[in-house]
Design a protein around this ligand. Sequence first.
Ligand code: ARG
Length: 459
Amino acid sequence: MPLWGSAFSKPTAELMKKFNDSMPFDRRWYAEDIRGSLAFARAIRRAGLINDAELKQIEDGLVQVRAEFETGTFDTLPVDEDIHTAVERRLTELAGDAGRKLHTGRSRNDQVATDAHLSMLREVATTRVLLFDLQRVIVEHAEQHLDVIVPGYTHMRRAQPVLWSHYLMSFFWMFQRDRERLDDLAKRTSMSPLGAGALAGNAFGIDPEQLASDLDFLRVYENSIDAVSDRDFVAEFLFDASLLAIHLSRLAEDLIVYSTEEYSWVRIDDAYSTGSSIMPQKKNPDSLELIRGKTGRVVGSLMSMLTILKGTPSSYDKDYQEDKEGMFDTVDTLHMTIPIMSAIIDTLSINPERMAATLDDSLLATDLADYLVRKGLPFRKAHEIVGLMVRDSLEHRRPLRAYSTTEMQTYSPRFTTDVHEVFDFKKSVEWRKSVGGTAPAAVKQQIERAKLCLVSAVG
Ligand code: ARG
């Protein structure tokens, strides 16, 4: 019989039981469930609901149950509906009546919410450390290649020259925001629902604040109904994870393009590529494609969670059991993809000759217009003049630097011989020395600021 069966006139249908049980997936919360129960046992001792001997029996029993899970010897029985009932059932086998007292004043509603908060805090701490490592690898790579200039793109069209380091560092800041979002989420998740009971609070003088501090939560929920039914932190996590996955996916897409035979800017290490079963020459960027592809399931879990929450009536609803699989899958996905991306960047080789070979004069068209601005022409006028020059250069397949000063003067008398100094990719990036710009000096400053974000993985 399940823990709640006595009021029922017949057993749960086999089909219903399969449909209802969450043990197959929530068993991964055994450590959190037992941690919460150990704290709860002490709380009911403080409230005078059990004596010291019973507390000892419960504690010893829970420690043994945990050992059984850890060593893979825990016997799941058909009656075990979820991790909470499974732990209590086994505890009662071990501790007898003392075990039967553990659930006094507690509901699976505050229990499952407690497990969810505890596990979220643990997983998010790991995600933050993994992100920190990725950011560190990005900074290292950026520092090593500060002298490499590549075409920067907008709309996937050649725009202006930028430092390769500057390009890569743009992702550092996306990951920094991702890490800050997770820090913020952790602060909000550090709120204890234990003691809220089914929805109305507990009637035994069990102190939620003491429970919160025993479980290292920063504070308690101010409202017991909110405590048992808040799954905002799950939705928030899935959003944070989705945005992070999208950042990883965009970086993956870039690196796939930049590693094509057509580009050959970068080479993905053989250890992170795979081959084709038919074409011996193929080295496919499967690692990056999987990072890109897995973004789909992460975003899918966010959509699923938002849909689960929509329209649930106040307080706990069984719908919330559906929060777990998407959350677990997302945690596992992130905890695979972030280190893979770190390893790919750590072992990425770049080909500065190929990068240099892709620089062409059209990337300097803005610099040419800027030149005319410095000679006193309004920018819009300068843009128009250089536009006409670009048109001619495209028609005659002549690079802009091939035009003589006299030829340029037919477009504007303001061109003088010093115009040829514009055709220097290095100078072009050096001009852009504003904070956050691509000038080597600005990028060095940027990297110094980035390093300040990497002082500690926590907090
Ligand atoms: N397995 C359930 C869940 O994940 C545990 C809470 C069940 N509570 C209840 N009142 N049936 O949400």
